[in-house]
Design a protein around this ligand. Structure first.
Ligand code: GLC
Length: 490
């Protein structure tokens, strides 16, 4: 497996959660998994002890000779082996994921320099992808399947093809490409293919549409879609949606061509780290029998911490990257108008686009007893919000899977979501949450009002919250589906 993030070593969003938890579930099913990750300067090597596997591995890339070192580490609580690719591309500390700096500089960006932010990133991950394939060669690993995730590792299938010319062992390796989010595609100038040191031409399909007047562009996501043996996305519903113009992010045509080799597998969550019965980050641990008292205590704790008035008003939580995908442009104005009319509270946690950071800060300033805006990245506070909220907001414009709604249900916070992507697959209106269809402010407002009404009906409120808590969102079922897919590809 190869990817850009893996919790708890390094995480920005859901991708990190998935690569941090799916391998554990696979190991339990008897799969021998090795995860490849860049050796970021921000990885805590005191916590995660590393060991050199091999130094000075030569890489045929960028016309100059490059070399990297390969390290090994382990997850503390599992048998998952992790291989870290060490190269100066990834040394910087400020890629520290989740910090505000990170968002200001762009995903995984190294520094502002000669390249635009995006190109710089693409170059770094092309390097990483090729280094993964070279590691497979020099370490004589014989994987049945290489499972890559999102645009960062989308060139791996192409490199495997390339290696196949000189080393026939590569003919036995199949590739699976998982799309976590079509919104980020890793687009760069065509010269990135020279940088990649490819000795064969990319297929005409991959090059299609990209010879424009700027000298051409290459879209890493598209390369992954067209070149992997099989592709999947992170929920069955998103797998269907991305074939349409509305959700295809201009790649629907290519996804359509791969329809026979495309499916959706719902993400799981790590039910051990997200467990209100054992969670050390929350004030009072609880289960479905102690729900009412447990939630009340955690809510009080969250109110104190957030400097909100202590009361029994409905409390909404929002934990997310503050980006437009998350539906914040309909949420903010809806909240503005409802806060004038009704009494309820809101605790926000996240960083992201300036307009939303500013928007939530302004709301908190206007309603200090009702709204708290934490513009930061804080894993412990996130758990406290799941445990202390009555409702959890996720009105996404699109949502490949979404993990927040599943975590919220596990903590008995009722999700208020839009019916899209994985949200549609995981939340049932009136049974486990409040679901609305149309992406409009009006619908958003109506759903918030429905939540306020539901809160007054204590019996129904509890019934829905408990139904969510009882849902099984573990990896058990989905890891088996991945295993089935690996076997099919073998
Ligand atoms: C991305 C998607 C999110 C998904 C996650 C993990 O962050 O936006 O919907 O849950 O990847 O697959």
């Amino acid at each position: 497996m190869a990817g850009a993030e893996m919790k708890p070593l390094v995480k920005v969003g859901g991708l990190g959660d998935v690569i941090g938890s799916l391998p554990k579930a696979l190991v339990k099913l008897g799969v021998d998994v090795k995860v490849f990750l860049p050796f970021y300067g921000s990885i805590d090597t005191k916590k995660f002890k590393t060991k050199v596997l091999k130094k000075n591995i030569k890489l045929d890339i960028d016309t100059r000779a490059h070399s990297f070192d390969l390290y090994e580490t382990k997850l503390l609580d599992a048998k998952v082996k992790i291989c870290l690719i060490k190269h100066k591309n990834f040394n910087a500390k400020d890629i520290y994921v989740g910090s505000r700096k990170y968002f200001k500089k762009g995903a995984y960006a190294k520094k502002k320099g000669a390249y635009s932010r995006n190109v710089d990133d693409v170059e770094r991950f092309v390097f990483f992808s090729k280094a993964v394939v070279e590691s497979i060669r020099v370490m004589k690993l014989q994987p049945d399947v290489v499972h890559c995730h999102d645009w960062h590792t989308a060139l791996i299938p192409t490199f495997i093809d390339e290696y196949n010319f000189k080393d026939k062992n590569f003919a036995n390796i199949s590739s699976l490409y998982t799309i976590h989010n079509l919104a980020n595609q890793g687009i760069a100038g065509l010269d990135i293919t020279d940088y990649a040191g490819l000795h064969h031409d990319l297929t005409p399909a991959i090059m299609e549409d990209y010879h424009d007047q700027d000298g051409g562009k290459i879209d890493s996501m598209k390369v992954g879609i067209l070149s992997a043996d099989y592709i999947n996305t992170v929920s069955p519903n998103y797998a269907k949606e991305i074939l349409t113009k509305e959700y295809g992010a201009s790649l629907e045509k290519y996804l359509g061509r791969r329809k026979k080799h495309l499916s959706g597998i719902l993400n799981g969550i790590d039910i051990h780290s997200f467990d209100p019965e054992t969670d050390k980050a929350i004030k009072k641990r609880y289960d479905n029998k102690t729900f009412t008292a447990g939630k009340a205590k955690n809510k009080e704790d969250l109110q104190i911490l957030s400097k909100l008035e202590k009361n029994d008003l409905p409390l909404f939580g929002l934990v997310t990257r503050l980006v437009s995908q998350k539906g914040l442009d309909i949420l903010l104005p809806a909240l503005e108008s409802l806060l004038k009319k009704y009494d309820f509270q809101l605790v926000v946690l996240g960083t992201g686009q300036k307009e939303f950071e500013v928007g939530f800060k302004a709301l908190a300033k206007k309603y200090p007893k009702k709204v708290r805006a934490n513009i930061s990245f804080d894993i412990n506070l996130a758990q406290k919000i799941y445990a202390g909220s009555d409702f959890f907001l996720m009105p996404s414009k699109f949502e490949p899977c979404g993990l927040g709604q599943m975590i919220a249900m596990r903590y008995g916070a009722i999700p208020v979501v839009r019916s899209t992507g994985g949200l549609k697959d995981t939340v049932v209106n009136n049974k486990t949450g409040i679901v609305f269809k149309k992406y409009t402010q009006k619908e958003m407002k109506k759903s918030l009002e429905a939540a306020l009404r539901l809160y007054k009906n204590k019996a129904k409120f509890k019934k829905i919250a408990l139904a969510g808590m009882r849902k099984d969102f573990s990896w058990n079922a989905s890891a088996k589906e991945y295993l089935k897919l690996y076997k099919k590809l073998k």
